[in-house]
Design a protein around this ligand. Structure first.
Ligand code: UTP
Length: 288
């Protein structure tokens, strides 16, 4: 079955990025000249996704506006003959009906946010993209994962290796052949302290999941941090269906974190045709 639907959970509070995220959604923070959510949406669309499901919360109106027409702005750009940027702005708006918004009334955790989209997804496998995990790659990571899903016909999660002392920030995996590009997962635990972590393999914000996860999430109690955790539900899913870890091609930046966000800006700016030369001269000057 083709992966046609993607969930974008965007209802979190973004507390690690306060005060910037007090009145602005974290997913609207720009990396160079595009907000994080736009990178995620472009990745999904170029991976064959046809329906974008946003799980939003209070104060997230800017996200909805970003993907909507802005007639006044478009008219002004037209009058000023800024036609290139006008085209860019127009292309941003997906065809009507492509984006569906559902609401998480309280930020009870990522697992809960995904469960909020259960009726929109229905009985088919689907993707989840966390916009604050920005990945620089030649082939969009979700596209790589969709290909793996087509081969495996099972839930697949994107995996990276993290320093041992950082395991308490991630969902961590247990597996028999973790060195393989794609490997079967034996167990997973959310945010384990280093001494209890089964490995240093962490799940990051790209998932392809089977709809069975919704049943489990519906009964899932609170876990680490008092939140309904997707990792706990996937751990249950493992007792019923296989789940695979996938080491993708690309570099991931944790843009929910201040340092990760700055690194992403540097990495993307150094590839950006308009500013890469100015920026690299500036960096050289600063480092000499
Ligand atoms: P994070 O774990 O980064 O949480 O969520 P957060 O609240 O956004 O940020 P911090 O940790 O307080 O700084 C990962 C993704 O899951 C979404 C977030 O919007 C983000 O895209 N999320 C998280 C929800 O949609 N609902 C929630 O209840 C929690």
């Amino acid at each position: 079955m083709k992966i046609k639907k993607a969930i974008f959970p965007v209802a979190g509070l973004g507390t690690r990025f306060l005060p910037a995220t007090k009145a602005m959604p974290k997913e609207m923070l720009p990396v160079v000249d595009k907000p994080l959510i736009q990178y995620a949406v472009e990745e999904a669309l170029s991976s064959g996704i046809e329906q974008l499901i946003f799980v939003t919360g209070g104060g997230k109106g800017a996200l909805e506006n970003h993907f909507d027409r802005s007639f006044q702005l478009e008219e002004t750009l037209r009058q000023r003959k800024k036609l290139e940027v006008l085209r860019e702005i127009e292309c941003l708006v997906p065809e009507s009906g492509t984006i569906i918004y559902t609401r998480q009334s309280e930020p009870l955790g990522l697992g809960h946010a995904i469960w909020c989209a259960r009726d929109v997804v229905g009985d088919e496998p689907f993707a989840v993209l966390l916009a604050d995990d920005l990945i620089q790659s030649e082939t969009p990571v979700l596209h790589q994962m969709v290909k793996e899903f087509d081969r495996l016909r099972a839930s697949t999660v994107a995996v990276i290796e993290v320093p041992r002392e950082e395991t308490s920030r991630y969902g961590i995996l247990d597996a028999d052949n973790p060195a393989d590009m794609t490997f079967r997962i034996k167990g997973m635990v959310e945010k384990p302290p280093t001494e209890e972590a089964p490995s240093n393999l962490a799940v990051i914000g790209r998932y392809i999941l089977t709809p069975r996860i919704f049943e489990i999430l519906g009964e899932q109690g609170k876990g680490a941090g008092g939140e309904i955790q997707l990792t706990d539900a996937m751990s249950q899913l493992l007792t019923k269906q296989p789940i695979f870890g996938y080491r993708f091609e690309g570099t991931r930046f944790d843009c929910g974190d201040k340092a990760g966000f700055q690194m992403a800006n540097l990495a993307f700016a150094l590839e950006h045709p308009e500013i890469k030369d100015t920026l690299s001269s500036y960096i050289k000057e600063k480092l000499c």
